[in-house]
Design a protein around this ligand. Structure first.
Ligand SMILES: CC(C)(COP(=O)(O)OP(=O)(O)OC[C@H]1O[C@@H](n2cnc3c(N)ncnc32)[C@H](O)[C@@H]1OP(=O)(O)O)[C@@H](O)C(=O)NCCC(=O)NCCS
Length: 219
């Protein structure tokens, strides 16, 4: 199964190459990681270099990808995207804005979270579901909620925690949807349709979320 199946075909997803982790960025981007530890500098370079590669394939105008006060990357006008990195993998997914309104991506190692952390992430129903399905990647709920957050944050612009939503996983189609929980303090835009997908590919778990206008068609 290909990484590209995480999103509709008009999304370009780039898995950072080895060189992307070390290739220096432009002056404005390098300034954003001045004084950061080496690990942060290399993951940031991987993410920005992968995003530039994706945007080039979409014929986006070249230029630095800065970030706003919420740490979100500032995409060129008319484009959208999302970046994720873990210790040994990094992806950037980008698209032309239009029918696609927002996207979020996440990559995780195929390792369990500690029980303490999992309790902070999973609702009781999600814990019970994961306990029944030992075949699923252990970080699935965590990763799905991280990509969901990145997808909605640009629209909601407010923090919301892991127990704000409860996920329903469709194992055979590698998809998920969500329902806001009683403790949810944000309003998810109703006029947009949510899509969540997951994929295990080359030793990592990937999740991707995207929002479309309600009647638009996606593959
Ligand atoms: C924002 C967050 C999801 C990022 O995840 P992370 O663990 O730092 O790691 P990732 O590598 O997957 O993602 C980092 C990238 O996300 C992007 N990002 C950061 N903040 C963002 C935001 N508010 N909105 C969208 N994207 C954001 C950036 O591109 C960042 O990489 P960069 O700094 O190199 O550009 C995480 O820090 C966070 O705040 N989580 C708590 C909120 C949450 O997930 N709630 C669950 C709701 S159900």
């Amino acid at each position: 199964m290909e990484l590209s199946t995480l999103f509709p075909p008009d999304v370009v997803i780039v898995n950072a190459t080895d060189e992307m982790w070390t290739t220096p960025l432009c002056r404005e981007e390098e300034k954003l990681i001045e004084g950061s530890v080496a690990k942060r500098q290399s993951e940031f370079r991987a993410g920005r270099n992968a995003a530039h590669a994706a945007l080039r394939r979409l014929d986006a105008p070249p230029g630095p990808l800065l970030r706003n006060e919420d740490r979100q990357p500032v995409w060129p006008q008319g484009f959208l995207g999302s970046i994720s990195h873990c210790n040994d993998s990094c992806v950037a997914a980008c698209a032309v804005a239009g029918d696609l309104v927002s996207i979020g991506v996440d990559v995780e190692p195929l390792k369990p979270l500690s029980t303490g952390v999992a309790r902070y992430i999973d609702t009781d129903e999600e814990s019970a579901f994961m306990a029944r399905h030992g075949e699923l990647p252990r970080r699935l709920i965590f990763s799905a909620k991280e990509s969901l957050y990145k997808c909605y944050y640009p629209l909601i612009r407010r923090f919301f925690g892991f127990h704000s939503v409860s996920l329903d996983i469709d194992i055979s189609n590698r998809q998920f949807i969500f329902t806001p929980t009683e403790t949810c303090k944000v309003a998810f835009p109703q006029a947009l349709e949510f899509h969540g997908r997951f994929l295990v590919w080359e030793d990592h778990l990937y999740t991707g979320c995207f929002l479309t206008a309600v009647d638009s068609v996606t593959d």
